[in-house]
Design a protein around this ligand. Structure first.
Ligand SMILES: Nc1ncnc2c1ncn2[C@@H]1O[C@H](COP(=O)(O)OP(=O)(O)OP(=O)(O)O)[C@@H](O)[C@H]1O
Ligand SMILES: [Mg+2]
Length: 233
């Protein structure tokens, strides 16, 4: 359903030649793909290119065989791509309930909104009518962002380190959300370092220095030594 053809991303005057170097990847409909690799390997950049936040300097991006390389974020969102940022964006001044309505594109009932909050471990009575501001903790924002993704009916969802900031929350809850999305037939790209999320994936892609170091099933060596020079066979 999604195909990256020889994607590169280069920054003029950057210290590193290419942040991403000729990445070719195919994502099938309903597939759950985990992208992992060391800090700075280009994972978030790849997610930004798929969502249209950045445009590749070389290569094409195809969504259901349609070339979307030059489409902006809004157009890609309309085509059914959703993105959960590594650092959640704060939509200041609107209520959590409003955000969930905006995300789903219609006026959902408070009960439906409550269901999405419950899925991320938040009590509706404490959050639904609360205005979003900088008083929210990082973990709360991350959960609210994930709830807004659940409210949307996207067919391709990219999660950039969904585990970030939610260490103290029962991690199994997050795993359950991903199991649910997988069951619902969503195509999922999750950037993660978490073993439990990697284990859910149909395919693992390891990035290193802007290149694909490995793609395939999760191996024991990979789990122990992701990022290690000799770890991936
Ligand atoms: N606008 C930019 N200017 C210069 N360098 C950049 C820019 N954007 C990204 N980079 C560099 O590109 C590399 C890849 O960044 P990216 O955020 O994609 O890494 P990542 O794999 O997501 O890392 P992490 O695991 O820490 O989230 C980093 O070295 C980063 O500093
Ligand atoms: Mg990142």
């Amino acid at each position: 359903m999604l195909e990256l053809q020889k994607i590169s991303y280069q920054i003029k005057g950057g210290s590193r030649e290419k942040i991403l170097d000729h990445i070719s990847l195919k994502f099938k409909a309903g597939e759950f793909v985990a992208i992992t690799g060391p800090n700075g390997s280009g994972k978030s950049t790849l997610a930004n290119l798929i969502m249209g936040i950045k445009t590749p300097t070389e290569g094409q991006i195809l969504l259901e065989k349609e070339d979307i390389t030059n489409l902006n974020i809004t157009k890609r969102a309309r085509l059914g791509i959703a993105y959960s940022f590594q650092q959640p964006v704060i939509f200041k001044g609107i209520r959590v309930y409003d955000l969930l309505c905006i995300a789903s594109g219609e006026l959902i009932s408070p009960e439906t909104a409550a269901k999405h909050l419950k899925a991320v471990g938040l009590k509706a009575e404490d959050y639904l009518s609360r205005e979003i501001n900088d008083k929210f903790s990082g973990g709360e924002l991350k959960r609210i962002e994930i709830a807004s993704i659940l409210a949307r009916d996207a067919k391709l969802i990219i999660f950039d380190e969904p585990e970030a900031g939610i260490d103290l929350w029962s991690f199994d809850n997050l795993v359950k959300i991903f199991q649910g999305l997988k069951k619902a037939g969503k195509t999922i790209i999750v950037i993660s370092h978490q073993e439990k999320l990697l284990k859910l994936a149909d395919k693992i892609v390891v990035l290193e220095n802007g290149k694909i170091k490995y793609q395939g099933v999760l191996t024991k060596t990979l789990l122990n030594l992701t990022g290690d020079e000799n770890g991936i066979n």
